[in-house]
Design a binder for this molecule. Structure first.
Ligand code: SRM
Ligand code: SF4
Length: 575
């Protein structure tokens, strides 16, 4: 494929880094600048740290001949989104003392801190590790936070799936000692059996010294929910439940979202189901998928380096054979499974063990107090009770979990006191936006700060057509990288330039169909004028409970997408 082409620059940085050390330790001592060295900015990602600058003040600072307002984003992994009240309290405290005062729940069930200055990096990372969470491999060319459906009525299945998520996360965590050396002064901060927090041996048996060609993402899902967007993952495990027990998993490979505007050789892709495995084979299969990508992924062109391209270049049958050979596991035929939705449970849900779960809506994942809602204080008050568990969702919300009948009144009282009731329309509940401005260095347009007001206007349109109770999956990103998985939304909005978005329509409500470009460089008025008549037709002509995306495809407003590259082609346009 690309074996004869020169390796990308990042490959050189990785191979010279002595297992992710580079000059990070020295750079932290240099107080003349708020930045770290260029090469180290690539390595810091593997440690869960991104150097950023405040884009709201970038031009002004340039005018004043000041260096950009550098600070760092730190991402903490939370396998399967499971977090104790004590961990929540620690994150809350670090956000208020070391970061910008807010917490960000991500689309992959992790925490992000923004605005951490260089001198506070070590203390923040040590604080995270003290709670038995970590930031190692939260970013970088490795397996990232392992997602899993955070709540299911069947508690035995949920516990088993969460346990496999934790095991595979531990198995694929890098073993380099660099993390502990640089951030934790080489000390064993806490006693634990997780390699992620203990002192790690100095070798990378799975990754090797140059790690993977590109980031790698996996998730486990419990149908009928497809909350984690299993088909958007490099590697996915769909729980198959038979007679109430976890029988095993259907395996998906080759999903991914990122693309560049107008560059047809980059495209989102849905994962393919390649077969069924017993639970005890999950780790062997995962390692085989990772090492196949390690050895065959494109290391010359980072825009073509994700697993989805490796599979499209070498063929799905070849890939499946290679994974079977490396793992020693023969995949059985996939078993039937159905998905019905992607949103989080609404209101109180009671599981089969009699415990309660309540979704607290956090718009676009931002946990902060605002004039209208004391979200951060309310969640802190809940955590201070020590009741239950906090489960982060792939929809950027948090579920208060495992609440007994006896504890429920106390939790309900706090929810009411702090105004944490959901109280939002189905459209807003099904909306997600990536971070975008002012922190994301790649943003082309607003996202998190803009989607709420657009949803207000769309809710007005839905109300006019009697569709105010209709859940429509709408997602916005500030650029085409796809951090809020916009290409599997029924309405996808992808930033093109200031105040302009590409509008994508017709994705599947259950996440099983990609959407397609419908309108380019649209302003807010263009978007509303395009959507209003489509919503009107939907109100008049939908069949039964048909979702919006399916309707658009059925009546021909949008041509269905058979393969990723077609996402770029406007319906009706010749290719
Ligand atoms: Fe992402 C890069 C934020 C989930 C695809 N993503 C970034 C960076 C780090 C920008 C950068 O490289 O400088 C963003 C930091 C912004 C900030 O200020 O915080 C960023 N991505 C996010 C988060 C925080 C969005 C959110 O609003 O929650 C999500 C963190 C997830 C986590 O906890 O690990 C996030 N990113 C995703 C997802 C969704 C997913 O994984 O399910 C995707 C699409 C799926 C995929 O990977 O295919 C995604 N992010 C990207 C890409 C494009 C990758 C590609 O294959 O082309 C980039 C850019 C890159 O890697 O070059 C990127
Ligand atoms: Fe940044 Fe683009 Fe990801 Fe949004 S989609 S967080 S703008 S990289």
């Amino acid at each position: 494929m690309s074996k004869d082409k020169p390796l990308s620059e990042v490959e050189g940085i990785k191979s010279r880094s002595r297992l992710l050390r580079g000059t990070l330790a020295e750079g932290l001592q240099d107080l003349v600048t708020g930045a770290i060295a260029d090469d180290d900015t690539q390595l810091s990602k593997f440690h869960g740290i991104y150097m950023q600058d405040d884009r709201d003040v970038r031009a002004e600072r340039r005018k004043q001949k000041l260096e950009p307002a550098y600070s760092f984003m730190i991402r903490a992994r939370v396998p399967a989104g499971l977090c104790t009240p004590a961990q929540w309290l620690a994150m809350d405290q670090l956000a208020r003392t070391h970061a910008n005062g807010s917490l960000r729940l991500t689309t992959r069930q992790a925490f992000q801190f923004h605005g951490v200055i260089k001198t506070k990096l070590k203390a923040t990372i040590a604080g995270i590790n003290e709670t038995l969470l970590d930031t190692l491999a939260a970013c970088g060319d490795v397996n990232r936070n392992v997602m899993a459906t955070p709540v299911a009525e069947n508690t035995r299945v949920h516990a088993a799936v969460a346990d496999w998520a934790q095991k595979v996360s531990d198995h694929l965590t890098p073993r380099t000692g660099a993390y502990h050396e640089i951030w934790l002064d080489g000390e064993k901060i806490v006693e634990a059996d997780s390699l992620a927090v203990g002192v790690a041996p100095e070798a990378e048996p799975i990754y090797g010294s140059t790690y993977l060609p590109r980031k790698f993402k996996m998730a486990l899902v419990i149908p009928p929910s497809n909350d984690v967007d299993i088909f958007a993952q490099d590697l996915g495990f769909i729980a198959i439940v038979e007679q109430g027990e976890l029988a095993g998993f259907n395996v998906t490979v080759g999903g991914g979202m990122g693309m560049a505007h107008g560059l047809a050789e980059t495209y989102p892709r849905l994962g393919d189901v390649i077969g069924f495995v017993a639970p005890e084979d999950l780790i062997a299969i995962s390692e085989a998928v990772v090492t196949t990508q390690r050895d065959h992924g494109d290391r010359s062109n980072r825009k073509h380096a994700r697993l989805k391209y490796t599979i499209d270049d070498l063929g799905l049958d070849w890939f499946k054979g290679e994974v079977e050979a490396r793992s020693g596991v023969t995949l059985a035929p996939a078993r039937p499974s159905e998905f019905s939705h992607r949103d989080d449970p609404a209101g109180w849900l009671r599981d089969d063990a009699g415990f309660w779960h309540y979704t607290v809506f956090a718009e676009n994942g931002r946990v902060a107090d605002t004039e209208s809602r004391a979200l951060m204080s309310g969640l802190r008050a809940l955590a201070e009770t020590g009741i239950g568990e906090f489960r982060l969702t792939a929809n950027q919300n948090v579920i208060l979990s495992n609440i007994s009948d006896a504890d429920k009144p106390a939790v309900e009282a706090i929810i009411e006191d702090y105004g944490l009731e959901q109280g939002v329309t189905p459209l807003r509940l099904n909306a997600m936006a990536c971070v975008g401005f002012p922190t994301c260095g790649l943003a082309m347009a607003e996202s998190e700060r803009y989607l709420p007001s657009l949803v207000d206007r769309l809710d007005d349109i839905l109300l006019r057509h009697g569709l105010e109770d209709e859940p429509i999956v709408i997602r916005m990103t500030g650029c085409p990288n796809g951090c809020a998985r916009p290409y599997v939304a029924e309405i996808g909005l992808v930033g093109k330039s200031a105040d302009r978005y590409n509008l994508f329509l017709g994705g599947g409500f259950d996440g099983r169909r990609l959407n397609r470009l419908h309108l380019e460089s649209a302003t807010e008025e263009d978007i509303l004028q395009t959507l209003e008549p489509l919503i009107g037709d939907f109100a008049a002509e939908r069949q039964g409970d048909e979702p919006f995306g399916d309707f658009l495809v059925r009546v021909g407003h949008v041509k269905p997408v058979a393969a990723g590259p077609q996402v770029h082609q406007i319906s009706g346009a010749t290719s």
